[in-house]
Each structure stands twice: as C-alpha cells, then as structure tokens.
Design a protein around this ligand. Structure first.
Ligand code: SAM
Length: 278
C-alpha cells in the first residue's frame, strides 16, 4: 500500500530547491515569446495548507519555506518579488498559510500562449488536483505520469518544459525516471527537463545518474542542495537534474540559494556540476 502524501512535506527545504529551480528555468525560457508546453508528471494536489494537521505533524515547512519567508527582507535577487507574488503570502503575516505545489507554480508562470498538463495517479490526490484546476487552465490527467508524458511527446507547441518528480516510494522509480527521461529526450531533444531526486544514504540516485550518463543525452546539469547537518536517517539533501538548462539558470539559482544560506533561513549549501556536458 503506497502512502506518500506530499502534504506532509510541502514547503520543506527540498520543495524550496525544486520549486525555485522550476521557477527560474521557466522564467528564463519565457524570455522568448514562442509557446511552451509544460508537463508535470507527478502533480500532487497543487495547494497545501501549512496550518493543517499534516504540515504541522512533520514541521518540515517550518524548517523550510516559512523560515525563508520570515527572512525575505534580506533577500535581494531581482526574482524574489515574483516568487512571493506567486506563493501569494500576506505581507502582514509572519507565516505563510498556503504553499503552492508544482502545478500551481506552472500555472502562476503560464502565459496565454503556453499550456500546462499535470498527471497524478492516486485518486484522492487527483480529485484534489482536479478541484483546484477547475478555476485554472491546467489540464489534469488522472493516470501514470511516466507513460502519460511519453504519449504526449512531441508536443504541439514548439518548446517543452517537463518536471519529473516521483515519490521514490517504489525503488523502481529511479530506473523508471531515468528511462522515461531518456525516451522523452529522444522524442523531443530540445526540451528542458527537470528531475527531482532525494539525496539519501542508500544512494540509489547514483545509479539513476549513471543510467543517464550511459545514454546519448547531453547537457545534463546537476544541482544539489545539501544540508549542513544531515539527519542520521532520511534526506541529506535535495537533487535536481536539469537537461538543456536555459542560459543564466546556474547563476540565478546559485545566487538565490546562496542568499538563503547567508540569511540563516536554511542551513544547506548548493553545489553544481555537469553530469553530462555539451
Ligand atoms: N510535484 C509535486 C510538487 O512539487 O508540488 C509533488 C509530487 S509528490 C513528490 C509525488 C506525487 O506523485 C504524489 O502525489 C503521488 O500520489 C504521485 N504519483 C505516484 N506515482 C505516480 C505515477 N506513476 N504517476 C503519476 N503520479 C504518481
């Protein structure tokens, strides 16, 4: 029985890393007016109540986005105001009440010429996602996101942005992620693909990266956000693979995460390297 529910983790340090990565990538792609098809293979439910039981039970958002929100006056990068606008925090409040999931970040950035499609396999989550999406232009498909992405490629739009963000509850998710990424890239080589993975002691993510390195894919950047004091068990960090990074992505993410570290909001350091260069 699978039990992963993103509501327990929404707004944690890994979400801060992943959603800033998504935000910066799409923002930079939108410097050109050509339409972008955006896909989110594992959508979750799109809007999370940080005052709800699940968020309060783990307290992860309080060690993540809530601390960044509290120190926002010290963050200077030009993209921060838009990030806060997208999150929709009330400037008069010390804490955020709600936190957007990836479909909401994509919808927040969507221009008229872009499309957003989110997959979600599990029925409770997909119902919540569908309810949220009813007042948006996001297309929701209650189905397997790995297969769904492949059947949607190449898209009608000339450009592509894809987030692949499985729960990795099933160990097979690592191999399926790499396999789907490689097959998707073969169908749309100019697409920008963002893959999230947990940095865990068992290091299954390393096998996933080796699978990518053994493929014909090029231009794969790795961004790791590593906790200064990792717990004995559980995530030591958050990882992203970005295929075909838009120009300027590395500088922007490095400086935004660096500002967070300097502010004392999240004690994690950012590292960047090429898994497969050009
Ligand atoms: N991307 C979301 C965000 O950033 O806000 C979080 C997604 S959460 C890590 C993973 C989600 O994938 C869960 O809601 C889970 O129910 C869903 N899921 C699990 N297996 C799936 C599959 N094969 N296809 C689509 N969704 C799946």
């Amino acid at each position: 029985m699978l039990s992963y529910l993103h509501a327990f983790h929404a707004g944690n340090f890994a979400d801060v890393h992943k959603h800033l990565g998504l935000f910066v990538a799409l923002k930079l792609m939108q410097r050109k007016p050509t339409p972008i098809a955006c896909f989110d293979t594992h959508g979750g439910s799109a809007l999370y109540d940080l005052a709800g039981d699940k968020a309060r039970k783990t307290g992860e958002a309080y060690a993540g986005v809530q601390r960044v929100w509290q120190r926002r006056a010290t963050l200077e990068h030009e993209l921060w105001p838009e990030v806060w606008g997208l999150i929709g925090g009330d400037p008069n409040e010390a804490a955020l009440r709600y936190y957007p999931g990836s479909p909401a970040w994509l919808e927040g950035l969507r221009r008229e010429q872009d499309s957003v499609t989110a997959f979600e396999l599990h029925s409770n989550e997909s119902s919540r996602l569908q309810q949220w999406a009813a007042s948006t232009s996001v297309g929701v498909i209650a189905a397997d996101g790995f297969r769904g992405l492949l059947s949607a490629l190449p898209p009608r739009e000339p450009r592509l942005f894809t987030l692949i963000d499985p729960p990795y509850e099933i160990k097979d998710d690592y191999a399926r992620t790499a396999d789907t990424l490689i097959r998707a890239w073969k169908r749309c080589r100019h697409g920008v693909y963002l893959v999230w993975y947990p940095v865990l002691p068992e290091a299954q993510f390393e096998r996933m990266i080796e699978q990518v390195q053994g493929s014909p894919m090029t231009k794969v950047l790795r961004s790791q956000y590593l906790l200064d004091q990792p717990p004995e068990r559980g995530m030591a960090g958050s990882g992203l693979l970005l295929v075909n990074p838009p120009w300027g992505w590395a500088d922007a993410i490095q400086s935004m995460l660096g500002e967070i570290h300097a502010s004392g909001a999240i004690a994690a350091r950012h590292q960047l390297d090429w898994v497969v260069p050009e």
